[in-house]
Design a protein around this ligand. Sequence first.
Ligand code: IZC
Ligand code: ZN
Length: 421
Amino acid sequence: MKANLIIKNIGNLVTMRGKKGPRVKEEMNNIEILKNAYIAIKDGKIVALGEGKFDEGLVGENTDIHDAKGLTVTPGLVDPHTHLVHGGSRENEFAMKISGVPYIEILKQGGGILSTVKSTKEASFEELYNKAKKSLDTMLTFGATTVEAKSGYGLDLDTEIKQLEVAKKLNEDHPVDIVSTFLGAHAVPKEYKENPDTFVDLVINEMLPKVKENNLAEFCDVFCEEGVFSVEQTREILQKSKELGYKVKLHADEIESIGGAELAGELKAISADHLMAASEEGMKLMAENGVIANLLPGTSFSLMKNYANARKMIEIGVPVSLSTDYNPGSCPTENIQFIMQLGSLGLKMTPNEVFTAVTINAAYAIDKGEEVGSIEIGKKADLVVFDAPNIEYIIYHFGINHVHKVYKEGKVVVEDRRTIY
Ligand code: IZC
Ligand code: ZN
């Protein structure tokens, strides 16, 4: 077989090859790094990899050969929790935030998520598309090649569908792969403040079936939090969504410990996200039921709050992934590398664990672990070439972009930190 492309002279090739399924405990730290390695690609997929000289039989007349110049190559990064599509921004709340007004208090006053709901309703499809595309380009230049995107700034069927249609079109037009999540239960709209259960019924009976009918979301998510949606309301929505064929995840125990992690275990959710206030009992239930802890340390940083107990989760066997949580309120950044640095500096994860958390475990957190998240034969040739001598350097030298090149399905899409697709 002749390859379309061979990347040679890779100083460190971080493969993330291993067992099927998310990595737990010491598996997160024991990663394979090949030295002086190569990767061969055909039709956007990986067909061979190894150390030393590649088999000359892979080289045909039309095979391109790229020299990685001894740099570090990893799988394309996966960002499994973003609020990518939204109107407006919330810097007008920044002074309030740094003066100590809590996130939930700003929401109760009609700001926060509800302010973004207003901007998103007012924005046209094109405005939302252009804004999200710009963010997606930024994500890609930092090395993310697969991204999850939630709705949740409509809280009415038409606007939720508008957001999901934008994500769908971007998935078609843009090199980054997008996995869509319906988050209709993101906040209680002002009109339902006095009767939130009526809104929950609307989500269950109207929105969930319509979004599914239009095939606009693979996942369903709920903001399960004190003062937003209770554990009972979340259970009702997610049980119904499972019956309709959605896979489920939840914003759990971000601010208060209300049993979100326990519910994630009970429902066998694919992931529970945030978990800054999760109980140890909840973590154990997650470990027993294979629920991935998708941790979002950028939110702890931006809200100036505590970090999730990642060490405890890893110790008891919860698979951990990391994500930006890119959103206009609690985490306005698209930069997955900064999140990785916080993974070490805030969550005390080793660089090896951090790379596991943004590649193979992140891929499983959006049920794409069989297609992306590692460099192995048959998977998409989504790769990042880092201008770094090893992976520790990428985490230690924080706040800058270490990307040299990004390949999406075997094509160069970022060069010199700029998109070139
Ligand atoms: O817009 O504030 N936590 N949802 C739950 C968010 C943060 C996004 C936002
Ligand atoms: Zn979120």
